[in-house]
Design a protein around this ligand. Structure first.
Ligand code: BES
Ligand code: MN
Ligand code: ZN
Length: 501
């Protein structure tokens, strides 16, 4: 979809559909909505008076104008209560509104700069949120459907703004919003691809393509190099599969004068998780094609950084492999040696994410990252704790955790912290190795997983995002659509842009 800015009066702009808004509880609308109301002889106030339109969040009211104003249709989007308003309200509103119009075969639309008036957003942030919300909300994964999904696309969106002094900021917001949305959509594409297509090898090809076209350094470690480096945990998971494992490394150097500041972002890249010999049950196993969502998110974030070119250094690592129960697969009870020398008793082969991350984190330290954030669909337990509303965060450095939480608030990809008390580590004790890969009981499963990972932070500031609940959506809602969400691509970008402050 093309997104642009038009300098024009909202009541005069010629468009098939004009998206305006209404806060909850407003009886006589002001601003752009008020101007449209007046031009429509009070149609909007009348709908409010009659109780048909309330402005509650998610409400969409379509009014046909029959040539009374420039726009053929006016779509009034409820923003909810003014005190709850944020950039995320704009994203959700635009996601819902754009899908609503597309469902009615509307191919072009205009939107006011939602939130830039009484919402209190600056024009740049408003435009960024509009671009993100509409692009992400219109996203479809349709390449395997006959007719490629059918239906018309919403092809053109314009932000209408009468004041030409705001045009430059609006355009800049659109530029940045497109980059972050496209990065999240790249991650969605990868996670939505079935595992027969998106193998570890295919993932490494995609990473190479991005490095090539957007200007990043790339290195992909094959099995031989993993063996040389002693990555026994990653190799142990990979040995049950015919697909060769790949450790993908992408590097963005935007601040060459300060190489010691280097954020590492590490994503779990299990392209399919059967559980291995500790085989998962059949029900819903197809969802495990998305067990590489963490890896997809760090690759997506690197694409955005390569295009935004901020003055920071970021290295992404994605240990990619299948977790299969082949004849060569590792067995419960096997002991593997990780790259940092620690041995692990593999009690449950389905706790494979922490094993591949262990070696990737150890390697991240080896290649000089100064702090790290890992992202993983790590535990079903995080869905029990937090549902699909927010990701879980744990770590060893409150400052870094706070930065990630704040970045998540900005992007609408919410994050909630869980505790890391020493006692949670106790159940990882093994009598034959340095640790076991699962706790003795299922208690606090997300935290014990994080406690396992903590052993591989190498003393660096580290935060861990468990996205098992948030990586996928069960429905079209706001700017999420059914399937992969692309969480937390935009949060990683925002974290990197904030630098080491
Ligand atoms: N990939 C799964 C976690 C998962 C579950 C992601 C549901 C998305 C939705 C992970 O590898 C796994 O199997 N975890 C086990 C750990 C257990 C064996 C300690 C789990 O959560 O059951
Ligand atoms: Mn598993
Ligand atoms: Zn898994």
């Amino acid at each position: 979809m093309n997104i642009r800015v038009i300098n024009e009066d909202v009541t005069r702009v010629k468009t098939p559909a004009l998206i305006i808004n209404l806060f909850q509880g407003v009886k006589s609308p002001g601003g752009a909505t008020g101007a449209v109301d007046t031009a429509l002889n009070g149609a909007i106030s009348r709908l409010i008076d009659e109780g048909e339109m309330t402005g509650k969040a998610g409400e969409l009211t379509l009014i046909h104008t029959f040539d009374t104003i420039g726009a053929d249709r006016v779509l009034v989007a409820g923003l909810g209560k003014k005190e709850d308003f944020s950039a995320d309200t704009v994203r959700k509103t635009m996601g819902n509104a754009c899908r609503f119009l597309r469902d009615r075969n509307v191919t072009a639309a205009c939107a006011i700069a939602h939130g830039a008036g009484i919402g209190g957003l600056d024009p740049r942030s408003a435009a960024q949120a509009i671009a993100e919300g509409s692009l992400l909300g219109l996203y479809r994964f349709s390449q395997y459907l006959a007719g490629n999904g059918d239906g018309k696309a919403l092809e053109d969106l314009a932000i209408v703004e009468a004041n030409p002094e705001k045009t430059a900021s609006l355009k800049e917001g659109i530029r940045v919003g497109r980059i972050t949305a496209e990065a999240a959509m790249l991650a969605r594409d990868m996670a939505n691809e079935p595992a027969n297509v998106l193998t570890p090898t295919r993932m490494s090809e995609i990473a190479r393509q991005i490095a090539d076209s957007d200007g990043l350094e790339v290195d992909v470690l094959d099995r031989g190099r993993m063996e040389q480096l002693g990555m026994g945990a990653l190799l142990g998971v990979a040995q049950g599969s015919h697909q060769p494992p790949q450790l993908i490394v992408l590097k963005y150097v935007g601040n060459p004068d300060n190489p010691s500041d280097n954020l590492g972002i590490i994503g779990k890249g299990i392209t399919f998780d059967t559980g291995g010999i500790s085989l998962k049950s059949a029900g819903g196993m197809e969802r495990m094609k998305g067990d590489m969502s963490g890896a997809a998110s760090v690759i997506g974030a690197m694409q955005a950084l390569a295009r935004l070119r901020p003055k920071v250094n970021v290295t992404a690592l994605a240990p990619a492999t299948e977790n299969m129960p082949g004849g060569e697969a590792q067995r419960p009870g096997d002991i593997v040696r990780t790259m940092n020398g620690k041995t692990v008793e593999v009690i449950n082969t389905d706790a494979e994410g922490r094993l591949v991350l262990a070696d990737a984190m150890a390697y991240a330290k080896e290649i000089g990252v100064s702090r790290m954030v890992d992202v993983a669909t790590l535990t079903g337990a995080i869905i029990v704790s937090l549902g699909k509303t927010c990701s879980g965060i744990m770590g060893n450095n409150q400052g870094l955790i706070d930065h990630v939480v704040r970045a998540g608030e900005e992007t609408g990809e919410r994050v909630w912290q869980l505790p890391m008390f020493d006692e949670y580590k106790d159940t990882l004790r093994s009598s034959v190795a340095d640790m076991r890969n699962v706790g003795v009981s299922r208690d606090a499963g997300s935290i014990t997983a994080a406690k396992f990972l903590a052993e591989f932070s190498g003393g660096l500031p580290w935060a861990h995002l468990d996205i098992a609940g948030t990586a996928n959506s069960t429905a079209d809602k706001g700017y999420a659509v059914k399937g992969a969400t692309g969480v937390p691509v935009r949060t990683l970008v925002s974290l990197a842009l904030a630098g080491d402050g």
